[in-house]
Each structure stands twice: as C-alpha cells, then as structure tokens.
Design a protein around this ligand. Structure first.
Ligand code: UT7
Length: 334
C-alpha cells in the first residue's frame, strides 16, 4: 500500500461579508438568536460572476502553487459539491479545465456536507493502488443562491466558500489515511433536501408559484443525528487506525454549528486548542467547511509534519464520514 501526504492547501471565500444584522433586515431573526443557537457571527455570499467553479479554481491554483505541482502533473481532480454550477457537466471538469490539469481525470462527488471527507478517502484509494501519484481534492459550495429566504431557521446558517488540498504519494512509511468510516442512512433523506429541481420534481411554473424551491432542513433532527454519529464515527476510525483520542493532534470537524462541535469535542475529551472552529466567520459552507477549516489551520501553523489529523463530517443523505490522516515527515511548504 502506497502512503500519501498533503503537500499543498488553499481556500477561497467571496469578499461579500453578510452579518447576522444584515440578515435581520431580510428575515425575522436577530444577531443574538443566530449566535446563541449556532455560534455564527457572519458568512460570505458570492457576488455576481462568482460560482462554485470560480471559487474552486482559485483555491486549487493556490494549493498547487504551494505544493510546487504543475497542473499538468495532476492525475485526478476530485470536487465535492452539492451546489455545482450546472446539473451537468460536473463542476470537476470545469475545475480541471480552469487550472489546466490537462492529463487528469475529473470527478464530482455529491455527498452533501460530508463530500470532502468522502473525496479525501477516495483520493487515498487511487494513491494506495498506484493508479495515481497526485490528486487534487476540493470541497466547494455556493448555497446562498439556493436558500429559501422565507425559511429563517435554515437560511441564516449557510455560507459560500471553497477549499482544496493536494494529496501526493510518498515513499515515507505509514502516513496518509490511517483509518476511516463512511456512512449513509437514506431513511433520513427528507431531513435535508432540495426537493425541487431534480427529475423527481422538476422546476415548473407551479413549483415556483408555490415557493417550493431551495434547501429544506429539519434542524432538530439533523442536530440529533449529528451528535449521534460524530463521536461514534470518530471512535470507529480511531479503532481502525489502532490509535486513541490522545493521538489526535488536530480535530477538523464539519462546521455546521458551534454547539455540535463543542458537544463532539467534549464527548471525545479533546481540549479546545486541538479543535479547529471557524463557523463563526463562515457559517456552514457544507462540503467546503472541512477543507476551509483545514486550510486555515495550515496557514496558522497548527499542522506539523507527522501530525495526526481527525476529519469528521455529516450531512445530507443522511451521510457521515470520519478519517484519521497522518501527515508525512517532510517539512511543509511555507
Ligand atoms: O451541514 C448540514 C447540517 N445542518 C446542521 O447541522 C444543522 C443542525 N441543526 C441546528 O444547528 C439547530 O437545530 C438550528 C440552529 C437549526 C436550530 O436551533 P435549535 O436550538 O434546534 O432551535 P429550534 O429549531 O428548536 O427553534 C427554537 C425557536 C423556534 O421558536 P419556538 O417554536 O420555540 O417559538 C423557532 O421558530 O427558534 C425559532 N427560530 C428562530 N428565531 C429567530 C428558528 N429560526 C430562527 C431564527 N431567528 N433564524
């Protein structure tokens, strides 16, 4: 089995900052309610001209530059997104073209907020078998254009952004993905759904008139589900890696709600300094949240060679995933 390590990272968020007070002008809410219930202070909303592809291309270019990898040397582009520019073609091909990865295959993974962790696990499989040496893994979402601004309990939570890492084969032993869990329970599908716009209910004049569009979430159910699966899946991934909670140097959880993150960290017994939290500044960026948090952690010098990272996420499907990823021994790019 061939090992891997992360050699580059980058993130991209729109310049347009939307505060809780800004949202309170649009919907019946308040800064106090949003902060208390979710920990979110502000989020970014894309402006005209920005799309999931443009954000993905920007953060991918940054990640490749940092890794010192030429786009033509990328073997595979994986983009986790549930808000691609188009239903088809996949946004992964726009990213492949946009960065100039002329020799790469490209694939979009639509696994809700869990998508980036699924994609990272997928990247390792291609590297382990020797099929690929260099995989670009991206998580990107532009959900602000899909929000129903009549649903105050959901529209205040989400934001736009993208993050990317370059995963490369290495001769160093024992690093890369040490253990993982991928889960799905389709019986909870209705709790987090965009019901209109697919083939089951195409967008029609009637659905538009009835205001059926946008993301719908049963927040309480998703909250219960998240607190149930986060701790369990983290422990299962640690068991598979033959590691214990104390071996984790940094937990990078899906940034949906500060209360969910606090709960998961407390349950696992991890101190705050080992947990990455940026939900206060970006809200829930769905599949972008883990790579965005990870990229900021790299930028802040919170990841050292040899460190053990724990990535955990949950989302639409319902799905969940946990990955224990060990960095290689080589010094990280500045
Ligand atoms: O990545 C996808 C995963 N998604 C998530 O992880 C979301 C998980 N769920 C949550 O984060 C929380 O359930 C929410 C933040 C969505 C809601 O927090 P909550 O503590 O579960 O609140 P609630 O749904 O029980 O609502 C409490 C009250 C309700 O009023 P009543 O019925 O008690 O009078 C709501 O109508 O808060 C009201 N409310 C609001 N008030 C002001 C709901 N949304 C708002 C709002 N502003 N934006």
């Amino acid at each position: 089995m061939i090992s891997s390590t992360i050699t580059g990272w980058g993130h991209e968020v729109p310049d347009n900052v939307v505060t809780n007070d800004d949202l309170a002008q649009l919907v019946d809410t308040s800064d106090e309610w949003i902060r208390e219930r979710s920990g979110i202070r502000e989020r970014r909303h894309a402006s005209d001209g920005e799309t999931t592809a443009t954000m993905s291309i920007a953060c991918s270019t940054r990640a490749l530059e940092r890794a010192g990898v030429a786009p033509a040397d990328v073997d595979l582009v994986l983009v986790a997104s549930s808000s691609p520019d188009y239903l088809t073609p996949p946004v992964s091909s726009q990213v492949q073209e946009g960065i100039g990865a002329t020799h790469a295959g490209a694939m979009q993974l639509t696994v809700g907020c869990t998508g980036f962790v699924y994609a990272l696990v997928t990247a390792q499989q291609f590297i382990s078998t020797g099929a690929c040496r260099t995989v670009l893994v991206v998580g990107a979402e532009l959900t602000s254009r899909w929000m129903n601004y009549n649903d105050r309990s959901t529209c205040v939570l989400f934001g736009d952004g993208a993050g990317a890492v370059v995963v490369q084969a290495t001769e160093a032993d024992g690093c890369g993905l040490r253990g993982h869990v991928l889960g799905s329970d389709g019986s909870g599908a209705e709790h987090l759904i965009i019901p209109v716009g697919g083939v089951a209910q195409p967008t029609t004049k009637e659905t538009l008139a009835q205001d059926l569009g946008g993301l719908r979430m049963n927040g309480r159910e998703v909250f219960k589900f998240a607190t149930r699966v986060l701790g369990t899946s983290l422990q299962q991934a640690l068991d598979k890696a033959n590691l214990a909670v104390d071996d984790i140097d940094l937990l990078v959880p899906h940034q949906a709600n500060a209360r969910i993150i606090d709960f998961a960290a407390r349950e696992a017994g991890l101190p705050p300094e080992k947990v990455v939290v940026n939900v206060d500044r970006y809200g829930n960026t769905s599949a972008a949240s883990v790579p965005l948090a990870l990229s900021e952690a790299f930028d802040a010098g919170r990841v050292a060679p040899g460190d053990t990272l724990a990535l955990v996420a949950f989302g639409a499907g319902l799905t969940w995933a946990a990955a224990i990823y060990q960095m290689g021994p080589a010094p990280l790019p500045v």
